[in-house]
Ligand binder design. Sequence first.
Ligand code: FAD
Length: 435
Amino acid sequence: MVAELKPTNPAIIGGGYAGMAAAVTLAAQGIPVTVFESARQLGGRARGVQHNDTQLDNGQHILLGCYRHTLQMIEQVGGNIEQDFLRLPLQLTLHERFELKAPHFPAPLHLLVALLSAKGLSFSERLQAARFMLAMRHIKFKLTHDISVLELLRTYRQSEDLIRIMWEPICISALNTPTHKASAQVLLNVLRDSLNGRFTDSEMLLPRLDFSALFPNRAAQYLAQHGGNVLTSCGVEAIIPQDNGVEIVTAQGAQQFSHVICAASPASSARLFRATPSLAPIAAQIDAISYQPIYTVYLQYPEHVTLSQAMLGFDRCFTQWLFDKGRIAGQHGLIAAVISAEGRHQELNHDQLALKVVQELQEQLGISDEPLWHQVIAEKRATFACEVNLSRPSNTTPLPNVLLAGDFTAGDYPATLEGAVISGIKAAKEIISSR
Ligand SMILES: Cc1cc2nc3c(=O)[nH]c(=O)nc-3n(C[C@H](O)[C@H](O)[C@H](O)COP(=O)(O)OP(=O)(O)OC[C@H]3O[C@@H](n4cnc5c(N)ncnc54)[C@H](O)[C@@H]3O)c2cc1C
């Protein structure tokens, strides 16, 4: 039996959104933390990437107005939500095929009006969509047992067209998992908090600065001002739980800490846990998780090239969503094309995929300019596959001084920044409550 320890000097493994949220939560309580990050920069799966003179991200991310914990964290470390983001009312547009736009009405009227006036659906499909949302409200967005999103939609008589042009893009954007595999319960959790929430909860927030700058780098400054320490290029090789704390082993040697929050990627967390018998079952649980990719194709066009709106979707194309970085962040002519989840695009190499997207922009939008350069970023394990009845590990472990955080831990949300931040805060609170 390991004694519960006072949180004198916790260590955090991983400087992604979960790890940095945990660190800020502890530092705000006057607890000095040390963050170990194996990469040269902070941010993990939401990080800035430099391409020659252009600041990119490893992938275009969107936040929703209901991501309260993430938005509050950004503000806590000195961010300003109104300046840091382009805030858009809920609007889903598939080029020349579909448009859903929420008016400024009180909830849930804004959603019902949006659904009933959606363009590109027949009258009966609009009614089906509105009835579906009312039925989900009626059951408080809680299913008695989990099923796939596709099964749920078919049970509630959503037409195949309605599924393809509205529910599928929503499911893939939110869960990064195809509808036939995706957990209906997790999608309902997201719908409950976003579409079903207040008008501002369903707003989409597109960051004007890169994802390392938006939160993790500011969090590192906050930690420095609160007695904390962030070590980059310092990967943890082993966690050795001891009676009086935890030993953390890096290439620089071993250090002693009172607690550790492991907020590394799932694969890395499993590797670190596997060596300790009482943590090995958690490693096995993580090993059973599978992953889905996200590809982002950045195309730098001449500066005059612009889209009709900041975010534009497509039906029956390789390209799922386009983002006009000129409108979002003043990076004129820079277009980000996002392709989420598994699919036929994975059969193409990066140059072929970029060419395909360029062709689609020509055919769909009449953009005849050639891009000056392209950069494809393939995150093959972008998120866990948010499948039906997925078993996710808890923040606590059998060892009271070893905690786990990350978007993949048990929670309401799919792999999102909000899920990661909530998990980091929860793990930190476990330590705070042991004081
Ligand atoms: C392309 C892409 C697009 C996305 N789009 C969205 C979106 O639009 N909206 C949204 O909400 N979410 C989106 N996500 C998901 C979101 O980015 C993740 O859910 C979130 O960043 C996960 O944060 P995390 O801290 O849990 O994990 P990670 O970001 O994976 O952080 C783990 C950190 O641990 C470090 N690490 C690993 N092993 C070690 C070790 N041994 N020692 C020290 N450090 C270690 C890693 O380098 C990393 O920095 C997207 C993800 C990707 C990849």
